[in-house]
Design a protein around this ligand. Structure first.
Ligand code: PLP
Length: 412
């Protein structure tokens, strides 16, 4: 069942040793360093098998039972299974499993509900809004009129008073809740109430927490939002891709917004892999995983705070932590570089206030490898030691390699 098994035995190594070497090199990198990037995870061998299958060959524009291409009888069943599993997992009346990515899902959600020029209220980018939440570098910022809400300067928590105030003043057509960096649960009932008060749609961009939702470790936005956008590759641990959940009344608009409005042929290998991942996510083992992800993040956050980093909001409810390393005498960019040299791979992020960059990290991948609270505590000490230049990077790199070696993501 090893990922490298197919490669070793396989044509790729004989036919194209250059690319085979790159694939093996990446497997080696992932297995010998610590993947602390909050958006990353390790998919299962079963998901990888579906992704690497000849379903990739099939053209399937349209939806099951209504395709533009012949020969779709079998892939239609795969997509129906993916849809049914997603609906059951999240309690949604309708699921569209075709979006190629989280960004494609958001694009389709806007296309289903909005016209160019409409006003949209979303978390501002400096506070953890995604590029699709109004960045001038993204379609969203060019085609819609975004108004950004923020977080409280003291607590780092979403400023609910400001959200309500901006909604009343700007009368947006849609309110977006969801973030790339917010470590706390989102109060979906509050956002529903505000959207209702001003007659706006509510779009929940749950790309990050949707895997925790699947495992019962975070609140489910489905009962509150008109449309829920998500990715399938973050905590959810499926293939790289997107998904949309909504009520029956928006089903047709959402489906048309995905195909033919913003996408062409569905990627049937990825949809089959999504079905496999939804099957895995419905198990008791996955629920235990999701709760362990949060338990690990809580320990990592509190140990990092004990080491002197300024942890945003003072902790986390999720897999995600953001922190300012400047109390240790390093800025975010320098910190990311030093940690990378020691084999600890994470991101920089905007910090809510001031220009300084912070660190963003998560526990989804480490937890998939089987690491628990003791490992989190050790990693926090290592990180702080490297940042303070008290532990030399070579020594830290050796310890990271040893730690990662004890928890292989793909045993064998
Ligand atoms: C990750 C993320 C996305 C985008 O997902 P991609 O698959 O990278 O396009 C969108 N919104 C939020 C909130 C995210 O966290």
């Amino acid at each position: 069942m090893s990922v490298t098994h197919t490669l070793e035995a396989d044509v790729l190594r004989r036919q194209d040793p250059e690319l085979a070497g790159i694939l093996l090199g990446e497997v080696e990198r992932q297995s010998t360093t610590l993947q602390l990037i909050a958006a990353e995870n390790f998919t299962s061998p079963a998901v990888l098998a579906a992704l690497g299958s000849p379903l990739a060959n099939k053209y399937a524009e349209g939806y099951p039972g209504a395709r533009y291409h012949g020969g779709c009888e079998i892939v239609d069943v795969a997509e129906r299974i993916a849809i049914d599993r997603a609906r059951a997992l999240f309690g949604a009346e309708h699921a569209n499993v075709q979006p190629h990515s989280g960004s494609s899902a958001v694009l389709a959600a806007y296309a289903a509900l909005l016209q160019p020029g409409d006003t949209v209220l979303a978390l501002g980018l400096p506070y953890g809004g995604h590029l699709t939440h109004g960045s001038p570098a993204n379609f969203s910022g060019r085609w819609f009129d975004f108004v950004g809400y923020g977080v409280d300067a003291e607590t780092g928590l979403i400023d609910h008073d400001q959200v309500r105030h901006l909604a009343r003043n700007h009368r947006p057509k849609a309110v977006v809740c969801g973030s790339i960096a917010y470590p706390r649960h989102i109060d979906y009932a509050f956002f529903r109430e505000v959207a209702d008060e001003v007659g706006a749609y509510l779009i929940a961009d749950a790309a990050h927490p949707i895997g925790l939702v699947a495992g019962g470790a975070a609140p489910n936005p489905v009962p509150y939002a008109d449309i829920v956008c998500a990715t399938t590759h973050k905590v959810l641990r499926g293939p790289r891709g997107g998904m949309i959940l909504c009520g029956a009344e928006l089903a047709e608009r959402v489906d048309r917004a995905v195909f033919p409005f913003t996408q062409g042929g569905a990627q049937m290998h990825t949809i089959a892999a999504k079905a496999v991942a939804f099957g895995e996510a419905a198990t008791a083992a996955f629920a235990a995983y999701a709760h362990q992800v949060v338990a690990n993040a809580r320990v990592l956050a509190s140990e990092l705070a004990d080491e002197g980093l300024a942890v945003t909001t003072g902790g986390t409810d999720t897999h995600l932590i953001t922190a300012d390393p400047s109390p240790l005498g390093v800025d975010g960019r320098t910190a990311r570089g030093r940690l990378a040299a020691a084999g600890m791979v994470l991101d920089c992020c905007a910090l809510p206030h001031g220009d300084a960059r912070g660190l963003r990290l998560g526990t989804a991948a480490l937890t998939t490898q089987g690491m628990g609270e003791p490992e989190m505590a050790r990693i926090a000490v290592l990180m702080a030691g490297v940042l303070r230049s008290e532990i030399d990077p070579t020594g830290a790199r050796d310890e990271v390699r040893e730690l990662a070696g004890r928890f292989p993501p793909y045993p064998g």
